[in-house]
Design a protein around this ligand. Structure first.
Ligand code: GLU
Length: 470
């Protein structure tokens, strides 16, 4: 199987890429990469009223962000269904010529009446085959399916699923207006794109017997199928907007790392023992479609954040600086032109940030002085005693010839001793002055990164806030 594997992700561009679609794309990508096969991206835009170029761009953008690169697909021509109508027409004509399809001129109103009547009886409407054998030359083109027997979908995840032909009908391939139907396009695309494994959401399972009958009518080999179970919300109903953010972009904009998102999506329904953290390479090496669970997986945003935190901590400052730059801009903080400084800043805050948005918020004080002091801490530290200590600190640091974390630490320790205090007394007071709060990255790193001028200015401002005359 290895060399010939060809899979596809076939989104309908009627919205942003949501987590369910992203996971389907990921499973296809992992399957292709694991087997050294090809991953094809196809845009299913036959529903012209709901498909837009903006959605295509946004889906492409989200896949790129996730790092799910495709071997064939847009922007190359021929991978959008609306560009492929001549191919569908040719296949329809072949089926007609072979007697595997026939025209039907039943008026839509009559069919609608029958459909409503069936619904009232609590049954699914099935076309009774009135036009079969009438030899009509125009109308809607229907597939003639065998009346007897059953079609078995040998699903790689769910095992065999049987559909009696009595439950199916001669479904429409091409409408009276000449437009091909969705299921017909999918079959023609999958055969002409030489897809070997169809991995998709199990909301499509009921389409599969219809599609298999069409493959057989066309005389093509049927690909393997794997229907991935739905993603559920905490209440175990199908994940939807009312459960919160569901689009990949929403998580990207919240500053979740792409590697964490990929890791998280892979674990949604797929597992390898109880391991949680997987590099992309490990996922590619370990992924087996047979390890995908047949039951639905519950989406857990807290776990996604936990993973994002793990990935964020593991990145070095330089990598984080590059990732954080657009978030700094979005927060109105110009990223320091000095990339090395930004990298060092990111190093100091990464331990406590779950997302890039949080990382930027924790780093905010490096770029702008605190707008206010934490009230409780201010009450405790910005006192006449605090003012005296800040005076001594400013004098001492102002005279410090060297502005490095090591030199600053020596200066603090010496002053602490002179004043008969503990280091923590001066450290908390300084943190408050420099950052507006008392929880901050290591003080001497903060001082070093702020630089002498800015650090002293902030200490003096706190001194003024503490009142009294200097
Ligand atoms: N276009 C379909 C969807 O977005 C996918 C169809 C398929 O994978 O066969 O749900």
């Amino acid at each position: 199987m290895t060399a010939a594997v060809r899979v596809r992700f076939a989104p309908s561009p009627t919205g942003h890429l949501h987590v369910g679609g992203a996971r389907t794309a990921l499973f296809n990508w992992l399957f292709a990469r694991h087997h050294g096969g090809a991953f094809v991206l196809r845009i299913e835009d036959t529903d012209r009223s709901r498909s837009t170029d903006e959605h295509i761009a946004s889906i492409v953008d989200a896949l790129r962000w996730l790092g799910l690169d495709w071997d064939e697909g847009p922007p190359a021509p021929g991978y959008r269904q609306t560009e492929r109508f001549a191919i569908y027409r040719a296949h329809a004509e072949r089926l007609l010529a072979a007697g595997r399809a026939y025209y039907c001129d039943c008026p839509p109103e009559a069919l609608d009446r029958q459909r409503r009547a069936a619904q009232q009886r609590g049954e699914t409407f099935r076309y009774a085959g009135r036009c079969r054998g009438r030899g009509l030359g125009a109308g809607a083109l229907r597939l003639a399916i065998p009346a007897e027997g059953a079609t078995v979908v040998d699903d790689l995840i769910h095992g065999p699923v049987t559909f009696e032909h009595g439950q199916l009908d001669d479904w429409i391939l091409v409408r009276t207006d000449g437009t091909p139907t969705y299921n017909f396009c999918v079959v023609v695309d999958d055969v002409t794109m030489r897809i070997t494994h169809v991995i998709r959401g199990n909301d499509h399972l009921s389409n599969t017997p219809k599609q298999i009958l069409c493959y057989e009518a066309l005389g093509y080999a049927v690909p393997a199928f794997a229907h991935v179970s739905m993603i559920l919300g905490a209440d175990r109903s199908r994940l939807s907007k009312r459960h919160g953010a569901t689009s990949v972009q929403a998580f990207r904009d919240a500053g979740v790392l792409a590697d964490a998102m990929v890791n998280y999506l892979a674990r949604l329904g797929w597992s390898h023992g109880d391991q949680e953290i997987f590099s992309r390479e490990a996922l590619v090496a370990l992924f087996d479609i047979k390890d995908v669970a047949a039951s639905g997986a519950v989406f857990d945003a807290t776990k996604l954040e936990w993973l994002s935190h793990e990935y964020l901590k593991a990145k070095d400052g330089a990598a984080l600086a590059a990732l954080a730059a657009p978030f700094l801009r979005a927060a109105g903080l110009a990223p320091a032109a000095d990339h090395a400084r930004l990298a060092a800043i990111c190093e100091t805050v990464k331990e406590r940030a779950k997302t890039l948005v949080e990382l930027v918020e924790r780093a905010r004080f490096y770029f702008e002085p605190p707008a206010a002091y934490e009230p409780k801490a201010a009450q405790r530290f910005l006192t006449p005693e605090g003012a005296r200590r800040l005076d001594r600190l400013c004098a001492r640091l102002g005279a410090e010839p060297e502005w490095t974390p090591a030199a600053l630490e020596r200066a603090y320790r010496a002053l602490t001793e002179e004043l008969g205090l503990e280091l923590v007394d001066l450290a908390q007071l300084s943190r408050l002055a420099l950052t507006g709060g008392t929880a901050s990255p290591p003080l001497f790193d903060v001082l070093g990164l702020l630089g002498r001028e800015e650090a002293l200015a902030r200490l003096r401002r706190a001194r003024a806030a503490a009142g009294g005359t200097p």
